[in-house]
Ligand binder design. Sequence first.
Ligand code: KG4
Ligand code: ZN
Length: 368
Amino acid sequence: MNGFMQTKLAILGIETSCDETAASVVLRHADGRGEILSNVVLSQLEEHRAYGGVVPEIAARAHVEALDTLIEEALLQSGHSLPELDGIAATAGPGLIGGLIVGLMTGKTIAMAAEKPLYAVNHLEGHALTARLTDGLSFPYLMLLVSGGHTQLILVKGVGAYERWGTTIDDALGEAFDKTAKLLGLPYPGGPAVEKAALAGDPKRFPLPRPLVGEARLDFSFSGLKTAVRQAATSIAPLGEQDIADICASFQHAVSRTLRDRIGRGLERFRSLHPSIDTPSLVVAGGVAANRVLRETLDGLCRDHGFRFIAPPHHLCTDNAAMIAWAGLERMAAGLPSDGLDVQPRSRWPLDAGAETLIGHGKRGAKA
Ligand code: KG4
Ligand code: ZN
């Protein structure tokens, strides 16, 4: 399928699936190049901090309060009015249902009023296609999504064509960071706090487990690691600052070794499937992609396997609406149909419909 539309297209994207309210206008040039005209994100971090995780009811209310203004702001910054747009794209899942209803309803209303096609976008597809917006990457490539709600290794074959090679069978990696932080009395969100504490720590002090290492399947598991962290902490309580640093460093070390094994196998599988691609790409996305140890691990792994490692800028790795607008643009440009106004939000919506449902997979609830 070539299908690339030879005209310039602009879409308004809306994202409300978790704790970021976001709106963005993205342009797709006739040659396929993407250009972000505006990208407004309002994080609800402060609203949820006191609870140590995302509270669905608070999230939904915050989306309702902020979304209209954010959309106005995104349009204003883009220099485009609604009639000048070619379509509306809103996240329809997976995620917290209250927030999804707010975003998708708003998208439908705008699409109807402005008589534009509506694209109900899978949030994971937004993450999966971002590297084409930022780096003009061509298909196929591998994508590792590591966020508070997801840990998935996905083969991206084309627009709408995804194969899930691995997913977590229990906690998401971001969730494991958040739970480890909570156990150690570090602030929410836990990832950045664990990374910071680990800087002064000894990664070899606690030999923590490396779940599923050595197994042929490409899935992940992090809940055992969290339990081992709890046991290590209990065994030496009360914890001093150095103990916390050592546990955090040991935790990151175990995560890094686990990922080396799991992703390394994924890279090998990609190679054997696509021997003609000289330098294939691994893309990382999701909030955990901010972690330096993780980036270095993936970067080193890619070098060892002759892969190119692509980490889009942090604000496009975490939840945003530019990726949703871009997913809509990709679908439109490929000539795929838009959605009817009766399309429903879905709290669970795997990218790869053929993939087996696993416990924990696709879960996006309280992240703590
Ligand atoms: O993609 P994201 O911003 O949001 C959702 O999942 O909705 O990811 C947030 C997750 C949290 O679990 C947070 O602790 C984790 O990403 N995170 C990190 C770092 N920064 C954020 N984990 C490890 N190291 C970091 N530097
Ligand atoms: Zn996300």
